[in-house]
Design a protein around this ligand. Structure first.
Ligand code: GLU
Length: 409
């Protein structure tokens, strides 16, 4: 099953609950626009390199379209289309005034020099600058991109359109970025984890947490959960993982990973593989890396009682069913990782108003939005006796359907 089919299945389950007609379903599923472009750059050695770039604008009924730019060798049109659709439901679940979009380039950013990465980014913006804009479509970081890439992107856009910081979010602070944007997705995941424990009457304090992925999202998730009193007992990255039953010192682990390039070999911890992390003896499992990691085979062996989806689309539908049958509570990506796009929204608002918010205000507003969204999803799941995923999709899809219907065709 590819990612399109998986997203489709979750959509159909929620659409059945909402009683949407086939015609409305087709309307909601069909992207507004899909663009595929060639990116050709000279490499530092003078040779020419070509890559394929995508921008998919899924839905704009609730506002300008919003979503990240992913640089990863496995990026393809299907994946970007799926992720664009997820952005539409995600912005709607947390009730931001946005639609959904996603972009990406099929490239391994680690295989490029900084100068090559800059040329790739500028060339991509050259190809798509007419279809993005502060009131149209607002890119942001995603896997393989960061604030520096956003700085090049906004600079290239401004060569055509003049000063427009609100066209891109996730920018460096020095270039109209926002306080708290980098930590936002992880902080949101931690807030949702705490809310889930509270709702289930379980204590987060002392709970054992396993985090797969130690990039921006995994790192900040682990840091904030440790701060909230959880024991982060297992962490992995692409090269492997480490665990310690008493809990890892996340700040020290982060320093070690920065120096050595990986969490592997962290002093005092035992090694474990990425696969072992998913089935390790923890209370809360947080996939925070690639999609599709929770397969039906693995789902039967997951020992955590709670799964918080910090990554986009980490759980395949059959695995979701297995987890549901086994009583494992799964908080879906479109709710759990919405903290990133929420602080992107704050950045955009600050850019439009040319008025800065401090970190205290950002954190308080993030907490308010994430908690309200969690409470709404939880309440609907209880009242309709459906999973949190179906409830989140019902709220997201329901809001988009309503806006589409009110506006007329
Ligand atoms: N890439 C992030 C996501 O998948 C953030 C998107 C944004 O800030 O627009 O939610």
């Amino acid at each position: 099953m590819n990612s399109i089919d998986a997203a489709r299945q979750y959509f159909e389950t929620a659409a059945d609950q909402l009683g949407l007609s086939r015609a409305v379903r087709t309307l909601l599923l069909t992207p507004q626009r899909e663009v595929k472009v060639q990116i050709a750059i000279p490499r530092d050695n003078g040779e020419i390199a070509t890559f394929v770039g995508y921008r998919v604008q899924h839905d704009r009924s609730r506002g300008p379209m919003k979503g990240g730019l992913r640089y990863h060798p496995e990026v393809d049109g299907d994946e970007v289309t799926t992720l664009a659709q997820l952005m539409t439901w995600k912005t709607a679940v947390v009730d931001l005034p946005y639609g959904g979009a996603k972009g990406g380039i099929g490239v391994d950013p680690k295989s490029l020099s900084p100068a090559e990465l800059e040329r790739v980014t500028r060339c991509f913006i050259d190809q798509i600058h007419e279809m993005i804009g502060p009131n149209l479509d607002i890119p942001a970081p995603d896997m393989g991109t960061n604030a520096q890439v956003m700085a090049w992107a906004v600079n290239q856009y401004e060569k055509y359109h003049g000063f427009s910081p609100a066209v891109i979010t996730g920018k460096p602070l020095e270039l109209h970025g926002s306080a708290g944007r980098e930590e936002a997705t992880g902080r949101g995941v931690a807030i949702i984890t705490r809310a889930t424990c509270d709702a289930l009457g379980r204590s987060l304090s002392g709970a054992r947490v396993g985090v797969q992925g130690f990039g921006n999202v995994g790192l900040h998730t682990a840091l904030f959960l440790a701060e909230m009193g959880a024991r982060v007992t297992a962490v992995s990255d692409v090269t492997g993982g480490v665990w310690h039953p008493a809990g890892l010192d996340v700040a020290e682990l982060s320093q070690w990973a920065r120096q050595s390039g990986s969490v592997v070999g962290f002093a005092g911890a035992s090694p474990l593989t990425n696969q072992e992390l998913l089935t390790s003896d923890v209370d809360v499992l947080i996939p925070a890396a690639l999609g599709g990691v929770l397969t039906p085979a693995i789902a039967g062996d997951v020992r955590a009682g709670i799964v918080i989806e910090a990554a986009n689309a980490p759980t395949l539908p059959e695995a979701d069913e297995v987890l549901h049958q086994r009583g494992v509570v799964v908080v879906p990506d479109i709710l759990a990782n919405a903290g990133g796009v929420t602080v992107s929204y704050f950045e955009w608002v600050q850019n439009l108003q040319q008025f800065r918010w401090d970190l205290t205000r950002i954190r308080a507003e993030l907490e308010r939005i994430m908690t309200r969204a969690f409470d709404e999803v939880w309440a609907l799941a209880q009242s309709k006796q459906v999973s949190l995923r179906t409830a989140a999709y019902m709220i997201g899809i329901g809001r988009v359907a309503k806006a589409t219907q009110l506006a007329g065709y």
